[in-house]
Write a protein of this length. Sequence first.
Length: 295
Amino acid sequence: MIKPGKIVFYILLVILMIIFFTSCTKTPESSGIQTIIYTSIMNENWDVYSIESDGTDQKRLTTDASVDGNAVWSPNGDKIVFQSDRSSNFEIYIMNADGTNPVNISNNPAYDSMPSWSPDNKQIAFQSNRDGDTDIYTMSADGSNLVRLTDNEADDSNPSWSPDSKKIVYQSKRDGNAAIFIMNADGSDVFRVTPKPYIAEAPAWSPDGEKIVFTYYGDGNSEIYLINTDGTELERLTNIPEGENTPAWSHDGTQIAFTSSRAGNWQIYTMSMDGSNQYLLTNDKATSGEPSWEP
């Protein structure tokens, strides 16, 4: 017969074990549920979708027969900027957060893509080949005040703003392989962030302004890495044989969404900023990618 004292002991032991394992297992809700927009071809057409960061409430935001993608939230969360070829060539569009009222703001016969909204809500950076090679441009959110920031024979692409809207991080092939560079918002004071010789792409500036997350081909396959904005302290966050790319920060800087092919096809995952707690967000049969967190 078990003594009452031992019963109490075992009950307390079980409770302590439950508390311990619960505290060690973070769920996607640990930083609060946020909405993520992304691109998917699940309805046999490339469209923009939204989903909650716990994997619920998936919604289709664009339904045009064109290719829509690379969607990014406005800083106040009421608009989404994205690229679309619904005008026969890729242009930059803005629509309401629910997908209504898309408006073409670039209006140029060239290939305009990869938009990024400045945190001060004033400008949109994007890449375009309107002057021959691919360069970085900015324009006001209504499409006015176009400014060319880079003028290099090599491709400059994938712009992302610093939190204070004073700098832009981007990828460039000006040194051969694609690498990560930073410049002032007027195109001045360019410097290289990532080391040679490996390929680095798809940079995104952390909300605290201290780090850049990006895709890095350091060992032959693409993985997600962090680096300080001055080029120091390169840190690997993912380590699997399959490819990973297009990382994006959560607004509070605690999580990173990214695209991975580890499940057999490209899907959206989230993880903590140190690479832990990697979680499959989308589980679509079709390819999904290019995540962006709500502000």
